[in-house]
Write a protein that binds this ligand. Structure first.
Ligand SMILES: Cc1cc2nc3c(=O)[nH]c(=O)nc-3n(C[C@H](O)[C@H](O)[C@H](O)COP(=O)(O)OP(=O)(O)OC[C@H]3O[C@@H](n4cnc5c(N)ncnc54)[C@H](O)[C@@H]3O)c2cc1C
Length: 383
């Protein structure tokens, strides 16, 4: 397989962070790569997300995801340096820490798995009382009775990561076929896959489906079922004085992500609303209420922007990574849901290896496209 994949064309359907980083990894192996993107690359979920480099509740996931997260985090610093060097754009990757405030004894019970998980997976973590929590983050509510603090959790700015990744891919010879929508597939056995588009067919010896929330619909057109569906998330952008908040704050259904320049993201709704792109008053109300609950000290922040994006959701919260059974030459890397930016470097590395027939350093069997879903339903689609 290595001999046929190397030097041959790989078509990637979808120019989000998953498709683009995989394209960079393939180009680095000398593979000719074309990314087919129906709009502009990196303008969907990969632009809209909050860029928190930790799953929201990492201890609730199966270990396979934690291993993939740790592998991705290990790849991040070198990847960011590579992107910055090749593109001249700084994605503003930085360690800001993440804190989960606690308001009652019952909430401590819900976090019982957090510290044991942190120890098992090598994430420094500590338990704080309410005063200690307000000492490190003075904006936190007086009602906070304690917190768990992960000082090493990082973040990245999605729009900057997007610009850096696209420019790097282009500098490495990746071709972006923009404004071109994939509408179907034809399988040619050992001769690869034909990809149908409104403006003509394209052929690749390997094809990677990396179309985010739209991958479920494309899978249908390729004759198989993949339960990836959009979970809409709305985000509010605020501006405060730099340093007003330093850590990411996460509580219940919402989070705050402070950027170094004083911007603070308030995210994010979890809506099963199909592909409805509207931002709503209801979400504005929910997000501002969550902000005032968590950090009343930010009440006079300036409102800058309100946007939305579609998380590529799956029933068990895990992505689909691997070859599609019965569809020779077709691979999938989609359904990263709430964790696509964290998982992008490890996904790209694994998929590039797989497409080139190389061994993968992580066990991806938990993410096989044909796995039975719903084993971890609590992490999947919102009720
Ligand atoms: C509000 C919000 C907050 C988030 N916060 C975080 C976070 O803090 N940390 C984190 O790790 N993740 C977060 N995520 C999730 C993360 O953003 C996604 O998992 C990730 O961006 C998915 O990347 P992707 O490349 O698979 O999909 P996308 O970025 O959506 O890209 C898919 C691409 O495929 C293209 N496409 C679709 N159909 C076709 C077709 N038929 N033909 C050609 N092209 C097609 C689309 O136009 C799109 O450009 C968040 C997401 C949202 C919405």
């Amino acid at each position: 397989m290595a001999a046929t994949a190397r030097g041959a064309d790989v078509l990637i359907v979808g120019g989000g962070i998953i498709g683009t980083l995989t394209a960079i990894a393939l180009a680095g192996r000398g593979v000719a790569v074309r990314v087919i993107e129906r709009g502009e690359p990196m303008r969907e979920s990969s632009w809209a997300g909050a860029g928190i480099l930790s799953p929201i509740y990492p201890w609730k996931y199966p270990d396979a995801l934690s291993h993939l997260v740790n592998r991705s985090l290990a790849l991040y610093p070198a990847l960011v340096a590579e992107l910055r060097g090749a593109s001249g754009v700084d994605p503003q990757y930085r360690v800001s820490g993440l804190i989960i405030p606690v308001y009652s004894a019952a909430e401590w019970a819900e976090l019982a798995g957090a510290l044991p998980w942190s120890q098992r997976f090598g994430w420094p973590a500590r338990r704080l009382d309410g005063d200690q929590a307000r000492q490190v983050e003075p904006c936190l509510s007086e009602r906070v009775v304690g917190a768990i603090d992960w000082p090493q959790v990082g973040q990245i700015r999605n729009p900057r990561l997007a610009a850096a990744a696209r420019a790097t891919a282009e500098a490495r010879g990746v071709v972006f076929d923009t404004g071109r929508e994939v509408t179907g597939f034809a399988f040619q056995g050992d001769n690869g896959v034909t990809v149908r588009t409104a403006s003509g067919d394209l052929h690749g010896s390997r094809v990677l489906l990396a179309a985010g929330s739209w991958t479920g619909g494309l899978a249908e057109r390729a004759g198989f079922t993949l339960p990836v569906a959009p979970v809409k998330g709305q985000i509010l952008l605020l501006k405060t004085a730099p340093g007003t908040l330093t850590r990411i704050v996460k509580h219940d259904q919402a989070y705050l992500v402070p950027r170094a320049d004083g911007h603070v993201l308030v995210g994010a709704t979890m809506e099963m609303a199909g592909f409805d792109r509207r931002t709503t008053l209801e979400a504005l109300h929910f997000l501002s209420g969550a902000l005032l609950d968590m950090a009343p000290g930010l009440a006079d922040a300036e409102v800058v922007r309100h946007w939305m994006g579609f998380r590529p959701g799956t029933p068990d919260g895990l992505p689909y990574l691997g070859p599609v059974p019965g569809r020779p030459g077709l691979f999938v890397a989609a359904g990263h849901y709430r964790n696509g930016v964290i998982l992008a470097p490890a996904t790209a590395d694994a998929m590039a290896r797989m497409l080139c027939g190389e061994a993968c350093p992580v066990d991806l069997s938990a993410f096989a496209p044909e796995r039975p879903a719903l084993a971890h339903a609590a992490l999947g689609f919102p009720a």
